[in-house]
Design a protein around this ligand. Structure first.
Ligand SMILES: *Cc1c(COP(=O)(O)O)cnc(C)c1O
Length: 514
């Protein structure tokens, strides 16, 4: 045996005391950002001058400001924070700004951030139960809580054959359910066919969604090797999927020997928050044995409200969702749970496990073998997973269902107010289902092209001010501005200012627009 020898100790550059100090500084920085910088309460930042909601930097701006190589010797935290302020902040688009009306919001809240801090503290990699029982069990519990609060059908609760899981995004959710649907169809066909031919099967699978569905559904087809993807046309007034056209397409595909297997219906499309008629699409999926996925990434939060459940799902008990095999929504969009947190429920968890489970020796353990525990690695693409349920748990506990309901209703009321105020001067291009208003300037003496040019110019002019940030969509060939009211800190004052800015800019532009 060799003699014992003391090795030189490695000391971390940031001690516990250093962390305490810098953590406090960081918390102060965060509060200053939310209270003063974004809200302009200190008066040092005339709205639109210091802070532009949408960053105005040129591509490659940061490369000019940062060194070409990582530092050889560690640097002080003060230097780093200084660079965050001076170099990073200008390149940030302020998603949490109360005047951020673009896309759909990505809600922030203090409780969610605190939950994330705990997640960061434990820093577990919870791929199976054993790696941190609390990480798995809390996730199951909060997903059940949420399903019950939204009155989702019982089949999505963990006590049944289904259950909920947190994914990073609705895009990932679409990929895993598409894999589950492929697996379900394979299992069904292999039972009835002696000569099941896998390559042939894969080439013939068809997935369907509305022309207004999110691009992530098409991407899921690309990722999972589904070669046949059909966009079903939507109705011209409501932008909901034409379910008769869906059935026609399915019939045609069957006649040609294709294998229809998957439909994605949307509750709240990204363009205009249109609601596909699940009550009509569901029976079609049943009839032809198709897997029905419902994507409600943005609007899903509103199922916490009985009136929205009635309007979007047929009844206070989400009648129409009984048809669906999976349902997803993003608490990170409009439920105060910071990005990333996408809730996915499935009716049959075995479909997911059959599609995604592998059992290498190095992950074998008693708990998993016993079959008594959930191993969420089988419900997602990666092996590793974060302790995301903590932030959701914090939000649910601090706000309570009642608090979340008031938050959602406030935004819906603001959107209703906005719509009422502008509708004499602007065309409302799509029915407002909740807090998104789709509008455009219209002049009956103009061609649609001219109207489109004007509305595009109006959008750019508003965004140029830096005071607010809007995005657009195109509906029936019409360039349409979207006012998405779902920001954590957005109040009536902000909506009022938006009304003024939009109408003023419109009037100014009209004077010079030929
Ligand atoms: C935002 C959105 C998505 C994509 O969400 P990610 O979580 O970023 O993947 C999907 N579908 C709809 C309807 C959306 O609004």
């Amino acid at each position: 045996m060799q003699q014992k020898k003391e090795l030189e100790v490695f000391t971390h550059p940031m001690s516990s005391e250093g962390f305490r100090k810098h953590a406090h500084q960081t918390v102060d920085f965060i509060i200053d950002y939310y209270e003063n910088v974004l809200q302009n309460k200190d008066g040092n930042h005339p709205v639109g001058e210091t802070i532009s909601v949408c960053s105005k930097v040129e591509p490659g701006y940061l490369n000019k400001l940062l060194p070409n190589n990582a530092p050889e010797k560690g640097e002080s935290f003060e230097e780093i924070i200084k660079d965050v302020k001076e170099k990073i902040l200008p390149g940030v688009t302020h998603w949490q700004h109360p005047n951020f009306f673009a896309f759909f919001s990505a809600n922030f809240s203090y409780p969610a951030l605190l939950g994330d801090m705990f997640s960061g503290m434990f820093n577990v990699v919870g791929f199976n139960w054993q790696t941190s029982p609390a990480c798995t069990e809390l996730e199951t519990i909060v997903m059940d809580w949420l399903a019950k609060a939204m009155h989702l059908p019982k089949c999505f609760l963990s006590e049944t054959n289904g259950g909920g899981v947190i994914q990073d995004t609705a895009s990932s959710a679409a990929i895993v359910v598409m894999l589950a649907a492929k697996e379900r169809k394979r299992a069904e066909l292999i039972q009835n066919q002696d000569q099941f031919n896998m390559p042939e099967f894969l080439g013939k699978l068809v997935a369907y969604t509305s022309e207004h569905a999110h691009s992530s559904i098409q991407k899921a087809c690309m990722v999972t090797g589904v070669l046949n993807f059909r966009k079903i046309k939507a109705k011209k007034d409501t932008f909901e999927m034409d379910y008769k056209d869906l059935e026609e397409n399915i019939k045609m595909d069957l006649e040609k020997g294709y294998i229809p297997f998957f439909v994605c219906a949307t509750i709240g499309t990204t363009s205009s928050t249109a609601i596909d008629p699940i009550g009509d699409i569901g029976p079609i999926c049943d009839k032809y044995k198709l897997f029905l996925h419902v994507d409600s990434a943005f609007l899903g939060s509103t199922l916490l409200l009985p009136e929205c459940r009635v309007a979007f799902t047929g009844s206070e008990e989400c009648e129409n969702l009984k048809y669906c095999d999976s349902f997803t929504f993003n608490p990170h969009k409009w439920m105060l749970t910071s990005f990333d947190c996408s809730a996915l429920w499935v009716k049959e968890r075995k479909n997911l496990k059959n599609a995604l489970s592998i059992d290498p020796e190095y992950l074998r353990n008693k708990a998993s073998q016993s079959g008594l525990v959930t191993d969420y690695r089988d419900w997602q693409l990666p092996l590793g997973r974060r302790f995301r349920s903590l932030k959701l748990w914090f939000v649910l506990r601090v706000y309570g269902i009642e608090g979340l309901q008031r938050f959602l209703r406030y935004h819906i009321e603001l959107a209703e107010y906005f719509e009422e105020r502008i509708k004499s001067e602007f065309e409302i291009v799509a029915p407002r289902t909740a807090s998104l208003v789709c509008f455009r300037y219209r002049d009956e003496t103009w061609t649609v092209e001219k109207e489109n040019q004007f509305n595009e110019l109006l959008l750019h002019t508003i965004n140029e001010t830096g005071i607010m940030f809007f995005t657009h969509t195109v509906l029936n060939g019409k360039f349409t501005l979207r006012m998405a009211i779902c920001g954590t800190f957005t109040t009536q004052d902000h909506v009022e200012n938006a009304i003024s800015l939009i109408t003023n800019k419109k009037n100014e532009l009209l004077k010079e627009f030929k």
